[in-house]
Design a protein around this ligand. Structure first.
Ligand code: PHE
Ligand code: ZN
Length: 847
């Protein structure tokens, strides 16, 4: 990628003009929507420049005027420049746009007859000419004219009539938070009274068929509003809060002020159509978008390099919320599983970038696990370092000091420095240095003193050859050999490349439990024997580390099976059986202990320990180990399965969901022994989607699924979200030699529609995540994915670019696979008119 296309953080300059008010009028029409804008500009006292530039892409300019005088600006495909006064003035423009043909789903587009917008990050410039950057904040007044029953925009409704509506948003906002929705929609209404006694109307707007799938989302919204008042003291600030569900959407959801827009898969749920996991995810996403009202909207980002300012903090807040309303241990374990599977992979490959990147070509490519999930880890570390009280005080100061502003990570850290008096200069490296630190630990015991010796090292990442030591909060506890805790959790603050910590007055050598709750996003390298791991798996008082020891043990067992042809280690099988059968433990936790490390995780682990991962060998080893587990547990499985059946009406709460996840992981193993008899019975009796899909998964995986797969389709063909699952499951549950053929056949199904991102991701996301299937030695998986990325790119560049990350770990594999992947990447790269999004991503992967 030529460096000239790159934008650098260090080049930031304030805008020449600021905006006070924006008036927009939309005359909706599928192929020719007219947008009239009237914008009050004034010179920015913090800028010397008086160059008037406004962004604009894919717009047809009909007319422009400054202070009522028609003007003839210089128009390019990026925007326009004009002669503007060195004093406040009114800009007016009329443009025409084409929502119907907008398949990129950025700006104003149509989805099933409904008009919808997506402006983050830089979509507003596809709606009208505007300084489309987050440090320009203004109040918006919007008039919508269109022959549709529901016409929505941000803020509060001010007037409406037949075929028109007017809205006013009193809170100054950047253009990326603008939204408009128009369609034949039904609402699920409710209300919430804030802590100061204001009544807020709440609505979830959906297509008429979906009206019975809103109740859960509404409860989640009210819970989130209450939680943000209780925990962060944040009250909602408008009379109305709208959520809209849309079928065609590139991401999960969007926090537009007062008008959140959701991918329908992230808000619609009923017991018959959504799984327990879907319910939990929906609750978290509703909370996430709602929490953005303060962390993102009231206080926003100065520029897109600061994206983690809103995303890292808001992900952290939604994870706190889920921990509070569900189980803290289970939430932490699943978050860390996700972090390792996605973020560690990113941080250890060609796409590695700092939590706050310092350059980019296309900002859409930086909505990454590093910005979001590692960004949240960084906030969590900050809280652990300063303590809960100081964290609360710092946040109060943040809201007070920066309300209504567009700020930076420096501003964010400054509130912590001012609150605590600490110097966070070194901590800042978590934002500026890419890569996952390796933390190695050894220990000594002498004269009643136990010493832990740590070393940190972060490998080079693209553009950053040398790394400085980071501040690593290491939560540690110590156990006696009979399982009592002699040292409860303390947080060691490591700041140097090598550092030792002493624990005095111990009568015998303790067993350390290190990095409790995963207190820092690092790779811990610890020379522990498997007896100790099994001991910690049974006795650690920190549930995260209890599961982690089990996982570390499983990784080691699998590594020996893969590289030395070892047999499944009976010690692991015993330790696992002990947890599975311990009825005193939380069922959801037991299910997590049952799960094996993902094949993707194993591939990375093998690579890190100097092996070339062989996807077939990895697949076979996990099969062998699962089979051995099933046989070891032969006596227990039917009993556990039966004991955790949930009676009565379905509830998605953590309690019953935990029983189901445990019973269903028992079913999975049981299906290896009983020819899927129990799975078939469960499929036939299922009255909720969790039970139905768990059973279907077993049937498909063990090749008994043909009839059920057809029956499932016949039952659900009218429900697109369920049919997305149907597409994905057929690919995920294949044997590796069938994965590509199955995905290929599904692209020919009448219901496959590449223009719908959910459907495209159902097939190709499942292909990319089927480790052994995607990495089939003949390269068929690579070819199929590349073929479809090339087809999708002109339609939807953003989704194409994201899906191309399936190739990011290509350098991990053997030469044959590397050559095959490189060839596909180069084929994509040489496609005529390839989008900038995909070009940047594939270019970085190849570099
Ligand atoms: N800002 C959204 C969120 O995380 C994500 C998003 C980004 C949605 C870009 C659409 C486009 O909540
Ligand atoms: Zn977000």
């Amino acid at each position: 990628m030529p460096d000239s296309q790159k934008i650098y953080l260090k080049d930031y300059t304030p805008p020449a003009y600021l905006v006070d008010t924006v008036h927009l009028t939309f005359k909706l029409s599928p192929n020719a929507t007219r947008v009239n804008s009237k914008i009050r500009f004034r010179p920015n006292p913090d800028s010397d420049s008086r160059d008037f530039f406004v962004h604009g892409e894919h717009l047809t300019l009909i007319r422009a005027a400054i202070d009522g005088q028609e003007c003839s600006p210089v128009v390019t495909d990026k925007g326009l420049t004009a002669q503007a006064p060195d004093a406040p003035f009114t800009w007016e423009a009329e443009v025409e746009i084409n929502p119907q043909d907008n398949t990129a789903l950025e700006g104003l587009y149509m989805s099933n007859g409904m008009y919808c917008t997506q402006c983050e990050a830089e979509g507003f410039r596809r709606i009208t000419y505007y300084p489309d950057r987050p440090d320009v904040m203004a109040t918006f007044t919007v008039r919508i004219e269109g022959d549709l029953p529901v016409l929505l925009s941000n803020g509060n409704p001010t007037a409406s009539g037949d075929g028109w509506a007017e809205w006013h948003d009193p809170w100054p906002k950047p253009s990326y938070l603008f939204a408009l929705v128009a369609g034949d929609l039904r609402n699920h209404p409710d209300s919430f009274t804030t802590k100061s006694g204001r009544k807020v109307d709440l609505n979830i707007w959906v297509r008429p068929d979906d009206i019975d799938k809103c109740a859960f989302g509404m409860e989640a919204l009210k819970k989130s509003m209450k939680w943000d008042e209780d925990v962060y003291g944040r009250e909602y600030d408008l009379d109305l809060f709208n959520i809209v569900a849309v079928d065609d959407f590139n991401m999960g959801a969007m926090e537009n002020k007062g008008l959140n827009i959701f991918n329908s898969s992230c808000v619609l749920a009923s017991p018959e159509t959504a799984t327990d996991a879907n319910f939990e995810r929906i609750e978290a996403i509703i909370a996430h978008e709602y929490f953005h009202n303060w962390t993102g909207n009231r206080i926003t980002c100065r520029d897109w390099f600061q994206l983690c300012l809103k995303e890292g903090l808001t992900v952290y807040r939604d994870s706190q919320f889920t921990s509070d309303v569900r189980s803290r241990a289970v939430k932490r374990i699943s978050d860390v599983d996700g972090l390792r599977a996605v973020q560690f992979r990113e941080d250890n490959g060609p796409l590695a970038h700092p939590v706050r990147p310092d350059s980019f070509v296309e900002i859409n490519n930086f909505y990454t696990a590093t910005v979001y999930e590692k960004g949240a880890e960084v906030v969590g570390m900050l809280k652990r370092l300063v303590g809960d009280d100081a964290y609360a005080q710092a946040l109060d100061l943040y809201f007070e000091r920066h309300d209504g502003q567009a700020v930076t990570i420096e501003d964010w850290l400054k509130v912590f420095e001012d609150t605590t008096g600490r110097d966070l200069g070194q901590f800042m490296r978590w934002y500026s240095q890419a890569g996952t630190p390796r933390l190695t630990v050894t220990d000594d015991f002498k004269d009643s003193t136990y010493t832990l010796n740590f070393k940190q090292y972060t490998p080079p990442t693209p553009g950053q050859d040398v790394k400085q030591p980071q501040v690593i909060p290491i939560a540690v506890g110590l156990l006696t050999p009979n399982g009592d805790e002699v040292q409860e959790t303390v947080v060691l603050e490591m700041t140097k490349p090598e550092q030792s910590f002493e624990f005095k007055g111990l009568s015998s050598r303790p067993v350390p439990s290190i990095l409790r709750e995963f207190s820092a996003p690092v790779i811990l390298e610890q020379d522990t024997d498997n007896e100790t791991r099994a001991f910690l798996m049974a006795h650690d008082t920190d549930p995260f580390n209890r599961r982690e020891s089990g996982n570390a043990l499983a990784r080691d067992v699998l590594r020996r099976m893969i590289t030395d042809g070892a047999a499944p280690d009976p010690m692991y099988l015993e330790a696992k059986a002990k947890i599975l059968t311990d009825e005193a433990l939380d069922p959801a936790f037991r299910a997590l202990v049952m799960s094996l490390p993902t094949q993707e995780e194993l591939a990375q682990m093998l690579f890190d320990t100097g092996h070339t991962p062989d996807p077939e060998a990895i697949f076979n080893a996990t099969q062998t180990l699962a089979q051995a587990s099933a046989e070891r547990l032969k006596q227990d499985l039917p009993r556990i399965y039966a004991a955790h059946q949930v009676k009565g009406p379905y509830s998605p709460d953590a309690g019953p969901a935990g029983h189901r996840v445990l019973a269903n992981s028992a079913l999975w193993l049981l299906s290896r022994l009983d020819g899927c008899k129990q799975a078939q019975a469960q499929y036939d009796a299922a009255d909720n989607m969790t039970q139905q899909i768990s059973a279907l998964g077993c049937l498909q995986y063990f090749d008994h699924g043909a009839d059920a797969t057809q029956a499932f389709y016949d039952q659900w063909r009218h429900d697109r979200l369920v049919i997305d699952k149907w597409f994905a499951m057929q690919v995920s549950n294949t044997r590796p030699d069938q994965t590509v053929a199955t995905a290929q056949a599904l692209t020919e199904h009448a219901d496959f529609d590449m223009k719908n991102p959910n459907r495209f991701r159902a097939v190709f996301g499942a292909l990319a995540w089927h480790h052994a299937g995607f990495h089939q030695a003949d390269g068929a998986g690579y070819r199929l994915l590349a073929d479809w990325l090339i087809k999708l790119d002109p339609v939807n560049p953003q989704t194409t670019a994201r899906m191309s990350t399936a190739f990011q770990s290509w350098r991990r594999y053997d030469e044959g696979r590397q050559a095959l992947m490189r060839a596909e990447l180069e084929r994509i790269m040489s496609t005529p008119d390839l989008s900038g999004d995909t070009g940047e991503m594939v270019g970085r992967i190849l570099e």
